[in-house]
Every structure is written in C-alpha cells, then in structure tokens.
Design a binder for this molecule. Structure first.
Ligand code: ZN
Length: 253
C-alpha cells in the first residue's frame, strides 16, 4: 500500500457507517480522487474541520489494491473556506465550483490548470465577498480548459472577423459562433459587452481582473450573468445533465 502525499481541495464528503465519511477531493498530483476517512464524526476526530467543502489541504492517503476508494490517513489545513459559505450568493457559487469539478473532470487525471482555477476563484470570492465575477470566470475557463470554447473573434461559418461592437450568435451545441448573416435556428444572441468580457477574462488572471478599475464597466451585473449563463449552458450540454446548485442562483439585482 503506497502512501501518497499531495496538495488537494476537498470537493464534497458524505457520511458512511457510524463515524466515517467518503470524501471526494481534487489532488494536485493525481486529479480527482475518492476515499474514506475513518472516525471523522467522532468528537475528537483528528481530521477536525479539514474535510469541509473546498478546504485547501495537504493530504496523505493509501491506495488499496483493487479498490476505487483510497484510505485517507492524514489531512492538514492550508486554507479554510468555511467563512465564505456564510454569504448566500458566495455559498451557491462555491457549491457550483465543487459540483462542476466533480462532474467535468474524470477521476485520476491530474490537471494543474483546473486545480489552480478552482483555488484562485475560491480565494477571490473569499477575499472580495463578491461571487459573480469569479463564477463567470470559473465557468468560462472550465469550458476553455475542456476544449469546448469556440473562438469568439470570427464567424465559424463564413470566417469573417467579428467587430468588437457587433453581436454574435451562439448555441451550446455549436462548436463555433456565428455572425448575424450566418445565424442558425436555436442560436442565441450574445451581447457585444458579454463577448468583450469573455475575451478579456481569457487574457487576464482573475485577481488582477477584478482589481483593475479599467474593468469596472465590464463587471456590471448584466454582462457577467449573461456570460455565466452561457458557459453554464455549455457545461450542462457537455455533461448532459442539469447542475443541481444552479437552481439556487438568484437573478442578478
Ligand atoms: Zn458568418
């Protein structure tokens, strides 16, 4: 039974038996892994609050031959996100993060980019108390890293370069965006400002993006939500089911 050590983010956990939990986590070195933690629900559990959702931890676990579930041996907290869950909007965004990672990433495939995205988006929510832009950014980049994002700067049908102030048309099923002339049935309009927001978010780190006063116009509620909804639609199309936590998202103010 080899012992592994990795940096990880807890995705979710649920009780099993009298005192144990099954824990799903995204490890930096091995990707998404599921394991059991024994005695977690005993009053003096050595795991403490380390297995709360989105905890950024260092984790030690054993592989067990012929079994999917690893045995979690020890967990040390690097950063807790429990406080961020106190705000309703933030808690919904964080729940969406873990649900999306859980459904989009295959088990046991390391993805450092997804790991860093999850951590940075969670940290930005915790730091700013504002979940909207981190959620849009997380959804957009999840789509991008999944290889499902068409280029936003030219029409996939006629190849024409799209102007910055021109609306474009997109469907979660389509592998490309279209200009007004090539728009097909079922394609919805993407406003120029939401498209600009998406382009900009693809070139900047989230923490710098939210702190840059030059982006104030782009970070308005409407385009941010438009981009979020569009990307969540793509994700739902790819995983072929609805995201449960999405139903809890409130309409933008
Ligand atoms: Zn076209």
């Amino acid at each position: 039974m080899p012992l592994h050590e990795s940096e990880a983010i807890v995705l979710q956990s649920f009780p099993i038996g009298e005192a144990d939990r099954i824990v799903s986590f995204l490890s930096r070195t091995m990707g998404r892994v599921r394991g059991t933690a024994a005695g977690v629900r005993k009053p003096k559990s050595r795991f403490g609050s380390t297995l709360e959702r989105l905890s950024h931890v260092r984790i030690w676990f054993f592989e067990r031959e012929g079994r999917d579930l690893v045995r979690i041996n020890q967990v040390e907290m690097i950063e807790s996100f429990v406080g961020a869950f106190a705000d309703y909007g933030s808690s919904v965004a964080l729940a969406l993060f873990s649900e999306i990672i859980e459904t989009v990433l295959p088990e046991r495939e390391a993805s450092d980019a997804n790991f860093r995205l999850l951590l940075l988006a969670s940290q930005t929510i915790k730091r700013t108390g504002k979940p909207e832009v981190p959620l849009a950014y997380f959804a957009l980049w999840t789509v991008k890293l999944g290889g499902w994002l068409p280029p936003f700067d030219r029409c996939g049908k006629c190849g024409r370069q799209l102007l910055e102030n021109e609306p474009l048309y997109f469907s979660p099923r389509a592998a490309a965006v279209a200009c007004a002339g090539c728009r097909a049935g079922g394609m919805r309009t993407v406003s120029p400002v939401a498209a600009k927001l998406a382009r900009k978010m693809l070139t900047e780190r989230l923490d710098r993006f939210v702190d840059d006063p030059a982006n104030a116009d782009l970070i308005a509620a409407k385009p941010v939500r438009e981009a979020t909804d569009l990307m969540l639609d793509v994700i739902e199309h790819q995983i072929d089911r609805r995201l449960k936590s999405r139903e809890l998202l409130e309409s933008p103010a």
